[in-house]
Design a protein around this ligand. Sequence first.
Ligand SMILES: Nc1ncnc2c1ncn2[C@@H]1O[C@H](COP(=O)(O)OP(=O)(O)OP(=O)(O)O)[C@@H](O)[C@H]1O
Ligand SMILES: [Mg+2]
Length: 223
Amino acid sequence: MKQGYFITGTDTGVGKTLVSVALIIALRNQGLRVSGMKPVASGCVNKGSGFRNEDADRLLEASNADTDYDIICPYRFSEPVAPHIAAKKAGINISIGHIAQCYNQLNSSSDAVVVEGAGGWQVPINEEQTMSDVAIELALPVVIVVGGRLGCINHALLTAEGVIASGLSVAGWIFNQIDPGLQQASEVKNTLQRHMPGLLLADIPWQERPDATAISRDFVFLT
Ligand SMILES: Nc1ncnc2c1ncn2[C@@H]1O[C@H](COP(=O)(O)OP(=O)(O)OP(=O)(O)O)[C@@H](O)[C@H]1O
Ligand SMILES: [Mg+2]
């Protein structure tokens, strides 16, 4: 059976790429052909052969299915700003239909596709739509990465509420302690466990050098 997951987070910079890479590795370790996808990326760098994005590079490196850069990361912008602002500046309208075509192409050559959102759940991608509309169009179960820092309980619960209101399911959530100084981290986690829908798929401590392979071994399995 084909699998697909949409990785969202409580904010930008909360560990979505780290978790996406770890999930790709976990799925690969089950013998699956897995592709990562970053449909919309700002802050891309021109490396001579065109604009590259660090997240897409990392997802591609972790993937083991045949993929094309323009398919895994169809919308790449140089400005390191919100996607709809970067797209407007570049004179491009982000089309969810085109993202869905790319996803379908990846899906046909993979057993599983892991799609990393941009920023959080309600980040606009054009004048009318947000990243949540991408997840809705792709009809994927959602994994919420909770960036463990002060304020994360509110952000996590609002994100989960938004996912459920959109009609999608919360496949699970990850606690990723991005602030090494978070006070009462275990109390914060306990509170989230009482209120978040879905399984706690991984509990990632703050690490000097986060290791996606080690994290992939501790993933609670998804299906
Ligand atoms: N558990 C952790 N311990 C220490 N550093 C972490 C941890 N998780 C993530 N980081 C660091 O935080 C930064 C942001 O992580 P990452 O790029 O995975 O976030 P993101 O949500 O994908 O961001 P973006 O919104 O830009 O896509 C990276 O430098 C990463 O190494
Ligand atoms: Mg990322």
